[in-house]
Design a binder for this molecule. Structure first.
Ligand code: SF4
Ligand code: ZN
Length: 761
């Protein structure tokens, strides 16, 4: 049967390549060959073209050879009667389709037609969680998402590695009804599978359907509306290509390796909803190149033999023939089938609450207008406190609410809340208390309609009207925490008891106890220095993307993603002794200034599979630590300034190095040692061991203003510690300095200490 698909795919590919050629010729005439083309905020040019052909397209003229290549991949259209047992021609047509589609999108950007306008549409997104209300009116108003930027690519990278996100679904077309559209997306969200949305059937897209049903679309909710035509589905493959380049350490042009990487590591599939036309067949053939199977909810010929994809290539599952008592059940089965076909590994938490539950709901915002009640924030106080007790002092599963519930609180009102968690376990240690307590944020946020911000005694929790209407109450916080601590930390926690406190006297009493514990922990952390321990920890979580990268995590240097400090790694090792965090026995110290130990060097060799021979813990200039791509900041030498700049992931502006964060990230990542360039977690910046071998914090001559603002108190303390209380004001940022010349003038004018320090190299 595949000859039918072959024919239609080839016909679709021919048509699209022709369309791209016509568009390009027109654009060349109207705009000229030198007109720049690019997708926003990416260092990967047009990523599919870059990955597959090695060509970095920078201007319209560069697209000519690309389309010539696409044209050469096309084969004469076989007659329907001719048997084509081999997928080769179909795959080639698919590749030609992808190249043409990306070229078309790029030309649309030149004409300002991308991202696609969508009146009244608002993207759910943004990075600031400081105030739930501040997000209203965020960017993204009035148009769809278009391609995914590099920042988001990297932040999802870490979730893909730690398994929070199993893979992605490229959904193309329009579901049978709005109800089915919502159900499909909810089923995928529940499993934390990323949903990329594009395409239409007779002008109606799943994007319209979801918008009409009020589903929040955007990065925060794992649903990305690319565009309402099939061509915009190319962004899914651009994302896949960049994953291989960013996390797999592959080079542009290594097309075979990139496709294999995706087949083996990126759990993605295409879900074609509604009628499949020639173009969709052609695009599907493109996806099959990546090893992504295509599941259609209509009658289409199947390609079942496995080979290029891990499982079936094309599966037809006509919606009306799916067994089920109603359409919702059919939608659920359809999603189930997609997951089976691709072999996506999913983990669903069984949490007994009356609202949907899963990490895909973590980013949800509860806006003032949707608010039933809040705890913490401006008008009340909420805290959470986890402590360990003896096994016989904890009653597992006991959940108690002491004090009134929120039924008496008026709409949008607030009240005091304390969440007190008592755990016990044979492997539990007091050091793990803060590690476990921090999980409350993720666990509570997993409930749809609940928003959690902050931690300790600055927690801030909101319950939406929708969740309250479904019967979500205070006891459910306990249910969530009990279930999730057992599920995720079963190796160290045997018993979990939760008390929810709203009674004013008891609230005050527990708050005092909690604060005493926070103080104690702060002191313990401050005392925990590299020279007080005899083991560091490795983290190889990112090796599923960056096969040779290892983070060496010490008490004074956390992992570069910012998510794992020494205590986290220690806890993780106890939870999973054969897992990604292993103790590194330090052994003989070889150099205390640069931070070399026999143990860390030995480990670096093994962990990096021989790519790295030695690693310095405290220097950026000599054998610096490698980076995978998840770093919160990039530190980079500015030789002219005799110092370093620190660029935050959130900063999209130009830096004195002549590159933006995105471009720099391409240099810093990939698991290689690059003297003068390092990816770091932002809390490493305030560590006394921050590039201490090279002069420490005084070497910072430029820093993204977002860091200065968000970590102001911490940096002030560092400046005091370094004996230069005004140092922070002497450090330039993007608001006043974006070139080396400006930087030098600034340093001169502000008498920055780096000017007088010994040469860095
Ligand atoms: Fe990846 Fe390093 Fe973070 Fe571990 S600590 S998850 S290896 S970036
Ligand atoms: Zn990483």
């Amino acid at each position: 049967m595949s000859k039918y698909i072959a024919t239609r795919a080839m016909r679709g590919a021919n048509a699209l390549v022709t369309e791209a050629e016509l568009m390009l010729n027109k654009a060349l005439k109207e705009k000229g060959a030198e007109t720049p083309v690019s997708f926003p905020n990416t260092a990967y040019y047009l990523p599919t073209i870059l990955g597959m052909t090695g060509k970095a397209v920078e201007k319209l003229g560069d697209l000519q050879p690309v389309l010539k290549y696409a044209r050469d991949l096309l084969h004469p259209i076989p007659a329907f009667s001719k048997w084509t047992p081999y997928l080769g021609e179909t795959l080639d047509s698919g590749m030609a389709t992808l190249l043409a589609a990306e070229a078309i999108e790029a030309i649309r950007f030149v004409y300002g037609l991308q991202p696609e306008p969508m009146p009244g549409f608002k993207l759910a997104g943004g990075t600031s969680f400081t105030s739930p209300d501040a997000k209203e009116g965020d960017n993204g108003d009035g148009h769809l998402n278009g391609p995914i930027d590099d920042i988001q690519l990297r932040s999802w990278g870490i979730q893909l590695v730690d398994g929070r996100m199993p893979g992605f679904a490229a959904i193309v077309g329009c579901a049978k009804s709005n109800e089915v559209a919502v159900k499909i997306v909810r089923e995928l969200q529940r499993r934390n599978i990323l949903c990329f949305l594009s395409g239409n059937v007779n002008g109606r897209s799943i994007i319209h359907q979801l918008m009409e049903e009020g589903v929040e679309l955007g990065y925060d909710t794992y649903t990305v509306p690319f565009g309402t035509d099939t061509i915009s589905a190319i962004y899914a493959l651009g994302f896949a290509t960049r994953s291989a380049l960013t996390f797999g350490g592959l080079k542009p042009g290594q097309s075979r390796e990139i496709l294999l990487y995706n087949k083996e590591r990126v759990f993605a599939f295409v879900l074609a909803l509604g009628e499949v036309d020639d173009l969709k067949y052609a695009a599907a053939a493109g996806a099959i190149n990546f090893g992504f199977p295509v599941i259609a909810d209509t009658v289409i010929p199947e390609i079942l033999p496995t080979g290029v994809t891990t499982y079936e290539h094309v599966v037809s599952m006509p919606f009306n023939q799916i067994e089920g008592k109603d359409d919702l059940e059919r939608a659920e089965r359809l999603v189930q089938k997609c997951i089976e076909v691709r072999g996506v590994k999913v983990k669903v938490s069984n949490v007994d609450v009356p609202v949907p539950y899963g990490s895909a709901f973590e980013g949800e915002v509860v806006r003032k207008a949707d608010l039933r009640v809040e705890f913490g924030g401006k008008h009340s106080r909420a805290f959470e406190y986890l402590y360990m007790a003896k096994l016989d002092e904890v009653t597992d599963g006991k959940i108690e609410v002491i004090g009134p519930d929120f039924s008496q609180i008026p709409a949008q009102g607030s009240m005091d809340l304390g969440i007190v968690i008592k755990v016990a376990g044979r492997q539990m240690q007091q050091d793990f208390e803060p590690v476990l307590e921090r999980q409350v944020h993720y666990f509570v946020n997993g409930a749809s309609g609940i928003q959690h911000v902050g931690q300790r005694d600055i927690a801030w929790i909101r319950i939406s009207n929708a969740a309250a209407d479904k019967g979500f109450n205070l006891e459910h916080f306990g249910k969530i925490l009990h279930a999730r601590f057992h599920e995720d930390f079963g190796a160290i926690v045997d018993k979990v008891e939760v008390t929810i406190v709203t009674d004013p006297a008891l609230h005050a009493e527990w708050l005092e106890k909690a604060r005493a514990a926070y103080d104690y922990r702060n002191k313990r952390l401050a005392d925990l220095t590299d020279d007080k321990v005899d083991e560091f920890y490795s983290c190889t979580l990112c090796q599923s993307f960056a096969p040779n990268h290892v983070c060496v995590v010490s008490p004074e240097r956390l992992g570069l993603c910012g998510a794992y400090n020494w205590l986290d790694c220690k806890a993780s090792y106890n939870i999973n002794p054969t897992g990604p965090n292993q103790p590194i026995k330090l052994g003989k110290q070889l150099d205390d200034r640069k931070g070399y130990w026999q143990g860390t060097n030995d480990y670096a060799k093994i962990g990096s599979h021989g790519v790295v021979q030695e690693v310095s813990m405290y220097s950026i200039m000599e054998n610096p630590m490698t980076a995978c791509g998840c770093f919160e900041c990039i530190v980079m030498l500015i030789p002219e300034a005799n110092g370093v700049m620190v660029v935050s992931r959130e900063d999209t502006s130009m830096t004195p190095a002549g590159m933006t964060f995105s471009t720099l990230a391409g240099i810093a990542g990939g698991g290689l040692q690059t003297p003068g360039v390092m990816g770091v977690g932002k809390y490493y910046l305030i560590s006394p061991k921050f590039i201490s071998a090279d002069g420490g914090f005084k070497r910072v001559v430029w820093m993204s203003s977002v860091l200065k603002q968000t970590m102001n108190d911490e940096f002030k303390a560092v400046c005091e510690r370094e004996g230069d209380p005004d140092l922070l004001d002497k450090i330039a940022d993007e608001r006043n300095v974006t070139t080396v010349d400006e930087l030098l003038a600034w340093l001169e004018a502000h008498n920055h200490p780096a000017m007088a320090m010994e040469p860095m190299f």
